[in-house]
Design a protein around this ligand. Sequence first.
Ligand code: PNS
Length: 167
Amino acid sequence: MNKTTAVYPGSFDPLTIGHEDIVRRSLRIVDRLIVAVAETATQSKSGLFSIDERVDLIREVFADEPRVEATSFSGLLVDFAQGREARVIIRGLRAVSDFEYEFQMALMNRSLWPEVEVLFMAPATRHTFLSSSLVREVGRLGGDVTDFVSPGVKTRMDRAFGRTAGE
Ligand code: PNS
């Protein structure tokens, strides 16, 4: 039987527990999942971690999950997915406000590569308010991000903001 490989692309700056939830849900449907950090995001954002740091964090969080691969890509997502023979793209959809941008991207990606299918996954309700940009801002302003990211991600965020763990 053919194995299904999917790509879960994003900025992941940083990976939140909302992303983790989408990864674990996706693994119920696909055999292998490539979590791919985009070097070129479609929307401009001020970054916290380098691309390599983001990939490292994803690897660390899913170290116990052999079906997950973390990597980065440059250029078009569809070119990367095609090169990895991944015909499924996973995106998390938190709210109606995500829909327009996601729908545009899905249709653009499919017109660039007609064989690709974009699968939208709904996160657990308790994660629907989470976004990397809000988590970055809360962390930057000294708020507690314990509930929003894995412990390893929190440690790295504390370090990036010049705080020692538990401070
Ligand atoms: O987590 P994000 O920032 O919402 O993810 C957006 C991402 C990385 C999926 C999107 O910017 C992307 O696919 N970038 C790669 C370049 C590309 O293919 N652009 C055309 C998208 S239709």
